[in-house]
Design a protein around this ligand. Structure first.
Ligand SMILES: C[S@@+](CC[C@H](N)C(=O)[O-])C[C@H]1O[C@@H](n2cnc3c(N)ncnc32)[C@H](O)[C@@H]1O
Length: 341
């Protein structure tokens, strides 16, 4: 019995995802698309049981895909704010500690909490050979205060992705309608793509905002666009960021595609006026029919919310797995749909 319990403990690792706080519904769905179901402790804190041996190396790699997650930690213990000091004093810190350490506090409880140096001091006193390292420590201990509880975790991933460097105005070929890189990345993740051998297609690629994120994450990306000038700009942008694993094709995405499509992400073309033309409806309809015909696994598509896409989705017989509203500015919100064939 003891052996079975020990084995169970060994194969399950409770993991805490601390979200950045932006678009928390998309952030949670992004984590779940890559790692499976989570339990929400608060809007910004998710708990997940990750099966350790199968996924350990691969999982760590996939953490780097995340857009709206701030950090990921392995839960060491959970306690109440009242019992925290007692718990810290009885915890076997020497088993967790490697080389040097630092303590960080994330307080989302809106209550006063102890200072980082006070907590670090308690742990210091328990360690055999303590060394403090404030930047890039080998052992980062995080205390997350949420509601009336405190989660203590050893951090295994911190999101240091420099999205600001890829904002549309930072690219050599600027397009005012290109998506924010964090959203583009989250949309790629919402497809659930993880295997680096898989390919991601953006059939309306424009200046390559989505392809850029997919390629940086390590996936081969394919972009289609009807406009030669857009494709030229896409190539310039991708090459500017040192991307090599892409291909761009000039074609009409409502017609037959030359590539096998499993994972699709697209920001659909939209008109300037709120009322979209019949021509756009025809384009959307034919595109959706294409997705159904190709038996795609997941497509993440953004529609302008001013457009009534429901009849078209119903007609296409694609299944809606999830949906989100993404506010851009006062006259533009996008509807993001996660679809399967
Ligand atoms: C909203 S923009 C995409 C923006 C893109 N995500 C970016 O980062 O720049 C839509 C793109 O769809 C292209 N497009 C319009 N109709 C098309 C069609 N039938 N087939 C392929 N591309 C088309 C347009 O040329 C435009 O570049």
């Amino acid at each position: 019995m003891k052996k079975i319990l020990a084995k169970k403990r060994e194969t399950t690792m409770k993991t805490i995802f601390l979200l950045s706080g932006e678009h928390t519904d998309i952030a949670k769905a992004e984590v779940e698309a890559l790692f499976g179901r989570t339990k929400s402790i608060s809007e910004r804190v998710l708990i997940h049981d990750i099966a350790k041996p199968i996924a350990k190396a691969k999982t760590k790699m996939s953490f780097t895909q995340l857009a709206y997650t701030k950090s990921v930690s392995q839960v060491l213990f959970k306690t109440t704010a009242k019992n925290l000091i007692k718990k810290i004093n009885s915890y076997p810190w020497n088993k967790v500690y490697k080389k040097n350490f630092c303590v960080r506090i994330n307080n989302i409880s809106q209550k006063p909490v102890p200072k980082e140096f006070e907590m670090a001091d308690l742990i210091w006193k328990k360690l055999k050979n303590p060394v403090t390292q404030l930047t890039g420590p080998e052992t980062l201990i995080q205390f997350i205060f949420v509601n009336n509880e405190v989660y203590c975790g050893k951090t295994i991933f911190i999101n240091e992705e420099q999205f600001h460097k890829r904002q549309p105005h930072m690219r050599p070929e600027f397009s005012p309608i290109s998506l924010n890189p964090k959203l583009a990345r989250a949309m790629v993740n919402l497809t659930g793509i993880k295997d680096k051998k898989d390919v991601l297609i953006d059939p309306f690629c424009g200046t390559a905002g989505i392809l850029l994120e997919a390629s940086i994450m390590g996936f081969r990306s394919i972009g289609y666009d009807i406009d030669e000038n857009c494709l030229r700009k896409a190539k310039t942008n991708l090459e500017h960021f040192g991307i090599k694993n892409f291909s761009l094709k000039m074609l009409d995405s409502t017609k037959k595609w030359p590539d096998k499509a499993k994972y699709i992400v697209a920001d659909l073309p939209y008109g300037k006026s709120a009322k979209l033309s019949d021509e756009k409806t025809k384009l959307y309809r034919e595109f959706l029919e294409n997705l159904k015909r190709m038996k795609i696994k997941r497509a993440v598509i953004s529609f302008p919310t001013s457009y009534d896409y429901i009849p078209l989705i119903k007609k296409s017989k694609l299944k809606v797995k999830n949906q989100f509203d993404y506010y851009i500015h006062k006259s533009m919100t996008k509807k993001i749909l996660v679809l399967s064939a």
